[in-house]
Design a protein around this ligand. Structure first.
Ligand SMILES: *Cc1c(COP(=O)(O)O)cnc(C)c1O
Length: 407
């Protein structure tokens, strides 16, 4: 008899986006003349930078000729891309990361989801609340949690991100082995300072723990004093793995390219307390289960680091950040408590209402779609997330409507 992995049965069905879609469609049916503006999505809306599409086209042409055709590439990614990443994203900012510590992949979602395979099933895990659901669900699937009770999985140490701590969690009161952090944060848009990140790195070093640092929104940081990589913090090479993606900075959500950094000194322990290099474990996993990102996509990603690519990527990020400023400015004007929008494309807005009531009000009174915070965890109750991923025109229109409806 074929039996299933019953840990899957503990997963909470996510009704978040289907609930949103249903409410929006009900609203549209009742109000066919009203135009709805969607600021709920966490997906980019603008075209790839020209430098990327040109490199992409050129690489496709190479694949069309026997002489320049490429079959399987290195699982870890082509040297040209890994070198460009190491040099531009790390070495130029004083972070000592080399090309052979970079693993190119088809997404930070997959990497943040897959990395847990390297750890034993009884590690104690700390996960922020609210959270990008991948970290939590992949550990549920792997059997590292108990049942879901009162909105939380048993066995997980939740790191509350609230107004009280300015959306940067404090160290847990009980000892943990594996820590997920994401800054700039999705969904809150909050950022972490060097000093605050150092506290976590020191904790990991003192407790033989490991930090999984998701830096998918690094490109949106405008305040130069904020760390863009955890490797800007002294000692992080031994205790941190970092995830990056071309999805949000260069619009690769539909093109698919990302990378994970596993420094050679980064270690975890075997049951006898022996030190094991995570680099060789991740390399083994990656080569066994993954056959590399397609050559044209890696050429398109490489173009992000060309002179034109840098300029165009920056323009793309600035375009969305204008929206973020506009949203933050309007929320300020309306007197809402909020975080984000200064160094991130998300604005996390508090109210004294239930998340879904807030959602319904924005939809009914302003025709604007947001994401209810409760969908990201218990601490998200009472909040909504507005996203800067839309056109400047739509965001201007949406903010004018919200000011009119709530002002
Ligand atoms: C969008 C996003 C990613 C990137 O995912 P990809 O699979 O690379 O598209 C990673 N982490 C967070 C928190 C995100 O919001």
């Amino acid at each position: 008899m074929i039996t299933i992995n019953e840990h899957y049965l503990k997963l909470q069905a996510s009704y978040l986006f289907s609930d949103i879609a249903r409410r929006v469609s009900d609203f549209q049916q009742a109000n066919p003349d009203r135009e709805v503006i969607r600021l709920g999505i966490g997906d980019v809306t603008r075209a790839l930078p020209r430098a990327c599409t040109e490199a992409f086209h050129k690489a496709v042409d190479e694949m069309a000729q026997d002489l320049t055709f490429r079959g399987y590439g290195p699982e870890q990614g082509y040297e040209f891309l890994r070198e460009a990443i190491a040099e531009s994203d790390f070495q130029s900012r004083g972070a000592d990361i080399t090309a052979d510590e970079i693993f190119v992949s088809d997404g930070a979602k997959c990497d943040t989801g897959n990395i847990q395979e390297l750890f034993s099933s009884d590690v104690k895990i700390a996960i922020p609340d609210p959270v990008y659901p991948v970290y939590l669900d992949t550990n549920v699937m792997a059997g590292r949690t108990g049942a879901f009770v009162d909105g939380r999985y048993q066995g997980i140490v939740y790191l509350d991100s609230t107004r009280g701590n300015n959306y940067v969690p404090e160290l847990p009161s009980q000892e943990v082995d594996l820590i997920y952090l994401c800054f700039p944060n999705n969904p809150t848009g909050s950022t972490i300072t060097r000093e605050q990140l150092k506290v976590w790195v020191d904790y990991a070093r003192d407790n033989k723990a490991l930090i999984l640092f998701d830096a998918a929104y690094e490109a949106f940081i405008r305040d130069d004093s904020l760390p863009r990589s955890i490797y800007e913090i002294e000692g992080a090479r031994k205790v941190a793995v970092e995830f990056r993606s071309f999805s949000k900075n260069a619009g690769f959500t539909g093109t698919r390219c990302a990378y994970t950094v596993v420094p050679k000194e980064c270690i975890a322990y075997d049951s006898k307390g022996g030190r094991q290099a995570l680099h060789s474990l991740w390399n083994r996993r990656h080569c066994t289960k993954f056959n590399g990102v397609s050559y044209p996509v890696q050429r398109a990603a490489e173009a992000v680091y060309s002179e034109e690519g840098r300029t165009q990527t920056m323009e793309l990020v600035n375009y969305y950040m204008r929206n973020a400023e506009l949203i933050a400015g309007s929320m300020k004007e309306l007197g809402f408590q909020f975080v984000g929008g200064e160094n991130s494309p998300y604005i996390w807005i508090a109210s004294d209402r239930d998340s879904w009531k807030f959602f319904d009000m924005l939809l009914n009174d302003a025709g604007v779609v947001c994401t209810p915070g409760a969908g990201f965890g218990k601490c998200g109750q009472g909040y909504i997330r507005l996203s800067a991923f839309n056109s400047n025109e739509n965001v201007e229109k949406a903010m004018a409507r919200i000011r009119l409806a709530l002002g």
